[in-house]
Design a protein. Structure first.
Length: 94
């Protein structure tokens, strides 16, 4: 049982760190920009993004991102783990 957890820990840590990094890269500049003008466009966009992100369940957001970004736009791979870009969609979902 412990061996199973240990074998998959590296991928789980990679995904968690990618999700944290993506959240910081997006949230900090948007939050600072929104704080400069509390009732401006950036503030409204930050609130709308935060409410949408908290309201939309991950089992809806994940397939939606797969379809739009992976299939329609073909910006990122939708499967595999050979390239670093394959962790982007799951990290964005988290």
């Amino acid at each position: 049982m412990i061996a199973l957890v240990v074998t998959h820990f590296a991928r789980t840590a990679q995904l968690a760190l990618a999700a944290l990094g993506l959240a910081l890269i997006l949230a900090l500049p948007l939050g600072v920009r929104a704080a400069l003008r509390p009732r401006g466009r950036w503030s409204s966009a930050a609130v709308a993004l935060a409410v949408t992100g908290m309201s939309l369940p991950s089992f809806v957001l994940g397939p939606l991102l797969l379809i739009v970004i992976g299939v329609w736009l073909r910006w990122l791979p939708i499967g595999g783990s050979e390239v670093a870009a394959s962790v982007a969609l799951p990290a964005a979902t988290l």
